[in-house]
Design a protein around this ligand. Structure first.
Ligand code: SF4
Length: 287
């Protein structure tokens, strides 16, 4: 049995930076440490942070502590959040990924210039909610090309189109394709992160050659859900798991080549545990 782990599996630069910033604050022991929502969509990591004394603040900021440091996660936050924390006198440690900050700048400037903002993404995702909060004029979230067609009827003639950093490249291209027919002046800025593009491309090509594809990540992680979707379309035996405990011998039974990939919020340790479990199945007679 051959086991291949994708080179791009696991933490991306932005997630690694955000998680390290939380751990650094916790180790510094300079007072209570909070994160604005879960710092990443991975229950193992968020559980570890809680065990070290970190606390998640509710995203609506209804209950703010009297003192301490709040780490803004890699997904970012809107200006209202910074303002609420500042007013309360809390220290802010900003772990917003620089690629996300770039999107905030684009939409803020486009809004100020009178352009409608179109965001290709998932309206419920914290990154998209934060990006929307930086828009000072009309702004719409578009999930697919069909939605884009109806949104364009409401949007102003001048607009800017950006994407959630983990949006599907294929869906973004589908949306971009309908723009020339719309007769609108739309400035398209592809803000899908390179880490996402590379991870999706590698997962697709690995899944094409694998008998079984294992995708590791949090159930609520949008980029992991997309990875699983991509892998499933190329490899019907795709398993979406959170930890090695979710993997059973039957999942990999008879497989000659197993591919493993993982979302941007999956720690290396969990990927290694899954790999080891696959190796342990090698010795079973069923192979
Ligand atoms: S996927 Fe890209 S944009 Fe998102 S946190 Fe990671 S590096 Fe930053």
């Amino acid at each position: 049995m051959e086991i291949i782990v994708a080179k791009t599996a696991g933490f991306c630069f932005g997630v690694e930076r955000a998680v390290n910033m939380v751990y650094d604050q916790l180790k510094a022991a300079g007072g209570p440490v909070y994160t604005y929502g879960p710092v990443i969509h991975n229950e193992t990591v968020t559980g570890e942070i809680r065990a070290m004394g970190g606390t998640e603040l509710p995203e609506d900021l209804t209950r703010l502590p009297e003192r301490g440091t709040v780490v803004i996660r890699s997904h970012g936050a809107g200006p209202d959040v910074y303002e609420a924390l500042r007013r309360k006198g809390l220290t802010v440690s900003d772990a917003t990924c620089p690629f996300v900050l770039k999107i905030h700048k684009i939409v803020r400037e486009a809004s100020e210039a009178g352009r409608t903002v179109l965001i290709a993404g998932n309206a419920d995702h914290p990154e998209v909610k934060a990006t929307l909060a930086w828009c000072t004029g009309p702004a719409y979230v578009i999930g697919n090309a069909e939605e884009a067609a109806s949104v364009l009827q409401k949007a102003g003639k001048a607009a800017v189109l950006v994407a959630q950093t983990t949006f599907s490249m294929k869906k973004f291209q589908d949306i971009v394709e309908i723009i020339p027919k719309s007769g609108y002046d739309i400035n398209v800025v592809n803000t899908i992160c390179n880490a996402t593009r590379e991870r999706q491309a590698e997962a697709r090509s690995l899944a094409r050659t694998a008998d079984v594809m294992i995708v590791i990540g949090g159930r609520h992680s949008s980029n992991t859900q997309k990875l699983a979707e991509i892998c499933r379309s190329a490899c019907p035996r795709t398993c979406f798991i959170q930890t090695f405990q979710d993997l059973n011998a039957d999942d990999v039974k008879g497989a000659k080549r197993i591919g493993i990939t993982a979302g941007a919020s999956t720690p290396k340790k969990i990927i290694q545990e899954v790999r080891r479990k696959c190796q342990s199945y090698r010795s079973l007679n069923s192979f």
